[in-house]
Design a protein around this ligand. Structure first.
Ligand SMILES: C[S@@+](CC[C@H](N)C(=O)[O-])C[C@H]1O[C@@H](n2cnc3c(N)ncnc32)[C@H](O)[C@@H]1O
Length: 257
């Protein structure tokens, strides 16, 4: 099956399945930072107005609990925290809410959210799903999404994060947007930019600035539609002879020693 057939297959088999019941069975009683994960998850989806396709409905929740747990794990570490790839603010809000569970007075301090808010940058060769050849023999790379997909007004994200006024939102293209970040050490980075070039550029920026024990989570390692995110990540760590783990959720995780 190609990625599109796989996606359609999942949508098809899920079509009349009791999704809410399955979610309840999977996550009932699951806690993150001492609070009920499922309620936190649903609340962040709703506030950010983030829709989840039926084909990835369970993976999305499993990725969210993984993100929340690694983020919580990083909270005792010194250093700032960042998200590269914010879209409508779902995962930034989730991280901020987890921090607030630990410190009721948390207002987003040390949290930096970076996005073009103009959607994806242009995909490059490693992002291609394959090659299309027309009758004349012309060959074109095939990408799942074009530049500009996921564009979101920054004001939407400002409003989603309005309870966390100290969270800094940086609008700009990765890597140029990193010039606006404070010179600091970082204890947690969530990379969720889908594509090869910004995934690799995010690692190039943050890796030399990590504090011992810092965590980097890549949301897109196993994405069927965005193969470049895994390629950029893997190349980066392979070049430095560093190990990382790949989770069944499709995320990859690096813990800095
Ligand atoms: C899948 S979305 C992020 C999802 C988000 N973390 C969430 O919780 O819903 C990917 C984001 O990466 C951003 N992005 C992709 N390439 C970028 C680049 N080169 N510079 C800045 N942002 C980029 C897009 O604008 C988009 O908002």
């Amino acid at each position: 099956m190609n990625p599109y057939e796989e996606l359609e297959f999942y949508n098809h088999v899920h079509r009349d399945a009791p999704i809410a019941k399955n979610m309840e069975v999977l996550f009932q009683g699951a806690q993150v930072a001492g609070t009920d994960f499922l309620s936190l998850y649903m609340d962040c989806l709703e506030r950010s107005k983030t829709a989840v396709g039926s084909w990835k409905i369970f993976r999305r929740a499993q990725r969210a609990i993984t993100l929340a747990r690694y983020f919580e794990h990083s909270l005792p570490l010194d250093g700032l925290r960042a998200e590269c790839g914010v879209f409508q603010g779902f995962s930034t809000l989730l991280m901020a809410q987890v921090a607030r569970q630990h410190d009721a007075g948390y207002r987003g301090d040390g949290l930096h959210a970076i996005d073009s808010f103009e959607g994806l940058s242009a995909p490059t060769d490693p992002d291609a799903l394959g090659v299309n050849e027309d009758a004349s023999g012309r060959r074109d790379l095939v990408y799942s999404h074009q530049a500009g997909h996921f564009a979101t007004p920054i004001d939407h994200v400002r409003s989603v994060l309005s309870d966390f006024p100290q969270c800094r939102i940086h609008k700009g293209w990765i890597p140029d947007a990193f010039a606006g970040l404070p010179h600091a050490d970082w204890s947690f980075v969530h990379i969720d930019v889908d594509l090869y070039a910004p995934t690799k550029a995010s690692l190039e920026y943050f890796y030399p600035r990590l504090t011992p024990g810092a965590v980097i989570v890549n949301d897109d390692f196993g994405s069927p539609l965005f193969p470049g995110a895994a390629r950029g990540w893997h190349e980066f760590f392979e070049d430095r002879n560093r190990s990382y783990v790949i989770l069944d959720t499709g995320q990859s995780i690096y813990i800095h020693e």
